[in-house]
Ligand binder design. Structure first.
Ligand code: RI2
Length: 311
């Protein structure tokens, strides 16, 4: 198996998961693919790279970080295979470095929003959100984190494992205990798979219920999102596709057989309207969701030119 097919498989089965990690793994797989193609024919090289792009793009549909990373890697003009190869390697390395820096910067900026003694609720497992907890904790703030289990894939276990290793006090709760628990919480911080042009958040299913409960309890709801999670295509009216995953993640095949007429639905993400979001922490600053358009226009301007050109 090549790195490309292996990475694509791992993204599909969620061995590699989390919007930022998926993007970095895809960029790295593109780089390795470019390094391994043996041809002197530029057209053939470009064709093979476009195939690699499509294979990775089709792994999971929701996290916008994936197409944004792939497009960043594929932005090159070259007169020879060697030039193209070097450009792809440089683009992939630059994307991965920028992504890692972005997550670090989000940690620093986000930590300022956390006060000594705060209890923070999070949903699923977000590396960007975790960097905020870690930075605040390292500043000596006495914090604790409430992590939801996150059915059906239990990413909450990954979160509590991160927290345990960092020495940050944590409490694991059922997804259905969010509203009950909200009165003990000072703020909510979650990650993002995509931010639309109107500032709405696409994140792990259940996030919008967490936001509703936070809104009702007057608890701040903060999202941690690198700028490459903002979706330029939503400016052109495109919707972010919500991934529907296999029913067997929710109900065992045996029980599905027992109730053959039962439909099991397993959407992996949901949409939190911008009015429930107090702030989005990005690597370029803490912004209101209403500024999403400006992030897309200023940070991802190249995307807009390509989209307007109809790629
Ligand atoms: P970071 C995850 O999706 C979660 O929805 C999480 O909030 C989001 O990616 C962002 O994660 P999944 O891959 O990039 O578990 O902040 O379906 O790590």
């Amino acid at each position: 198996m090549t790195t490309l097919t292996e990475t694509a498989e791992k993204i599909k089965n969620m061995e590699i998961r989390g919007a930022g990690r998926i993007a970095r793994a895809a960029a790295n797989a593109m780089k390795e693919e470019a390094m391994s193609i043996e041809t002197a024919d530029l057209e053939e090289f470009n064709k093979r790279m476009r195939e690699a792009y499509t294979t990775l793009l089709n792994t999971r549909p929701t996290a916008v970080s994936l197409p944004n990373a792939l497009k960043a890697v594929m932005r090159y003009r070259a007169d020879s295979v060697e030039e193209a190869r070097q450009a792809i390697i440089a683009n992939a390395d630059a994307f991965i470095a920028a992504s890692e820096n972005a997550v670090k910067r989000i940690g620093e900026i986000g930590a300022r929003r956390i006060k000594d003694g705060d209890t923070i609720l999070t949903h699923c497992n977000s590396s960007a959100a975790f960097h905020i907890f870690e930075a605040a904790f390292k500043q000596g703030k006495d914090i604790s984190v409430v992590a939801t289990e996150t059915r059906p894939r239990q990413q909450g276990y990954i979160t509590v494992d991160f927290l345990h290793k960092a020495g940050i006090p944590a409490t694991l709760i059922l997804d259905s205990a969010v509203r009950y628990y909200m009165k003990k919480v000072d703020l909510v911080i979650v990650g993002a798979d995509a931010i639309t042009v109107n500032g709405s958040l696409i994140n792990k299913v259940g996030t919008s219920q967490v936001a509703l409960a936070a809104n009702e309890a007057r608890v701040s709801f903060i999202c941690a999102a690198e700028t490459y999670k903002f979706s330029p295509m939503t400016l052109f009216g495109e919707m972010v596709e919500i991934e529907e995953r296999d029913p067997s993640e929710v109900l065992s095949p045996e029980l599905q057989k027992k109730w053959p007429n039962l439909k099991v639905s397993n959407p992996a993400f949901d949409i939190t309207p911008h009015k429930y979001i107090d702030m989005i922490i990005t690597e370029i600053g803490a912004i209101p969701p209403e500024m999403a358009y400006w992030v897309i226009k200023d940070k991802l301007g190249w995307e807009l030119e390509e989209a307007a050109g109809g790629i």
